[in-house]
Design a protein around this ligand. Structure first.
Ligand code: FE2
Length: 399
């Protein structure tokens, strides 16, 4: 038995209008100051004013949210007592809102009680429903059951995934009016996060027919529409389909599991403060090569990647699987070049000295990340070290 978790998804132009049909009179809006400055909050509050819903805004969210922000939001939320929580923003905002929602429903809990195996948490959303409105096309948090929140442990801010199926938002409103204004670099970084979700979800040990279908479509749409949106941010068709692709990728990995690229990306992001999408997108080609080079027989990665290449028309159906599989790596490289995405860690401005000094910590963080073991091949310590070193120099993986 398997279970596919997803919210009600409203997508396309004018999707925001659906908010009128959602029950609930008092809205607790979770957002950040940038969203407010960009005028996106006003788009939402104008709509709420027009339909007569009350609201209170909590806009204290910073990137890579800390547990303290969730607790502060919970206090504000409890004192306002909403029946609707609306997250308007990127992954950090939506993840914080999920954490606030969890602690609003169960005020006696801490985020450590948000546990996928909790039976109690299935009794949920009795006080409020949640609407997630993504303003970037990447994280997929609008449809996932996890909140990524940082806790300070062993002298480093470590990202933890606090998950339960009840944290899947009630509604995801995926309206291209919001990502339309993203600058090119953010467009690319967030799209590479989505691409990593789709590809890692596709190769995950927990992949399934539903996650594969959505992951494959997301890969196709990102490859087609990212270069267009990168060149012309106002191309609404590209924005709309890239936005939908990010949501599909979110559904895909949320119902399978991200793995090696995210383990390495999280680790690197925590130590060198790199944008999440840039960090995980950078490792994508390296972890793909590493999985494809697996000396064990049979090497299931060859079959998986060759299926991607053949189904997307990058290889012919009668091509030899190994040849077809490595085409995916070449396609990732091509896309990175097209949209000026950095291909190695050195290119991100990390000095050799800094890299060497932190190498052990990078590897330790990977080991602490449970998703490390969900790829078709799991590195040992020496292999993690080599993977990081190769990614620093930009060398193809030859082991
Ligand atoms: Fe991600």
């Amino acid at each position: 038995m398997w279970h596919f978790y997803c919210p009600n998804i409203i997508y396309g132009e004018d999707a925001l209008d659906f908010i009128e049909k959602v029950k609930g009179e008092k809205c607790f809006i979770v957002t950040d100051k940038v969203i407010e400055e960009l005028g996106y909050l006003k788009l939402l509050t104008d709509k709420l004013d027009k339909i007569g819903k009350k609201y209170k805004v909590f806009n204290d969210i910073m990137p890579d949210p800390h547990e303290e922000t969730v607790v502060k939001g919970k206090e504000h939320c409890i004192s306002y007592a909403p029946d609707l929580i609306i997250a308007l923003g990127g992954g950090s905002v939506m993840d914080t809102a999920k954490g606030i929602w969890g602690l609003y429903e169960y005020p006696e809990y801490t985020i450590d009680n948000i546990d996928p195996f909790s039976d109690q948490l299935y009794d949920f959303a009795n006080k409020a429903k949640m609407i997630a409105i993504p303003t970037t096309s990447g994280t997929g948090s609008e449809v996932t059951w996890a909140a990524i929140i940082s806790q300070f442990q062993n002298n480093v801010w470590r990202k933890g995934s606090f998950a339960h199926m009840s944290l899947v938002p009630t509604y995801a409103i995926v309206d291209p009016v919001f990502p339309k204004g993203m600058p090119p670099k953010l467009t690319v970084n967030t799209a590479f996060d989505a691409l990593a979700h789709a590809i890692e979800g596709y190769i995950s040990s927990w992949r399934n027919e539903f996650s594969n279908a959505l992951g494959l479509k997301a890969i196709e749409l990102i490859f087609k529409y990212l270069p267009i949106a990168y060149k012309d941010g106002n191309n609404i068709e590209a924005r709309d389909l890239l936005h939908q692709a990010a949501t599909m990728a979110g559904l895909s990995f949320s119902n399978s599991q991200v793995n090696l690229g995210h383990a390495m990306g999280h680790s690197c992001g925590a130590i060198f403060s790199i944008h999440h999408g840039q960090s995980v997108g950078l490792f994508l080609k390296y972890i793909s090569q590493y999985c494809l080079n697996n000396p064990s027989e049979p090497n299931e990665s060859i079959e998986i990647y060759s299926t991607i290449a053949k189904k997307l028309g990058w290889a012919k159906w009668d091509d030899e699987p190994k040849k077809a599989a490595y085409i995916v790596v070449e396609k990732i490289k091509e896309l990175q070049e097209k949209v000026d995405f950095p291909s190695n860690l050195r290119g991100l401005g990390i000095s050799r000295e800094d890299f060497d000094k932190n190498l052990d910590k990078l590897i330790t963080l990977c080991y602490q990340d449970p998703s490390s073991v969900m790829a078709p091949r799991t590195p040992n310590k020496a292999e993690f070290e080599k993977l990081f070193k190769y990614a620093y120099e930009g060398k193809d993986i030859d082991f």
